[in-house]
Ligand binder design. Sequence first.
Ligand SMILES: [Zn+2]
Length: 89
Amino acid sequence: MTFVIACPNCGPREALEFSFGGETTRRAGPEASEQELAGYLFFRDNVMGRQIEWWLHRDGCRKWFLAERNTMTNQIERTFWPHERGRTA
Ligand SMILES: [Zn+2]
């Protein structure tokens, strides 16, 4: 199964084009090593339900955006720009 993320700028692209930037509450940051990022992805505390995360469209427009991911299904339910965050529920 291909994991697809919808960049707010470019539309749906394969997840391989993106870099995970961490949860907004406990961010790994763009300077984190790949090992650290893997730790955030696979070994962090499990949050049940939806959480907001930073993603970078590394191989595309190179813009950071936010994604709301359901950690139980691993589905990204929506993506949006940081300035749009206050307008959404
Ligand atoms: Zn993009």
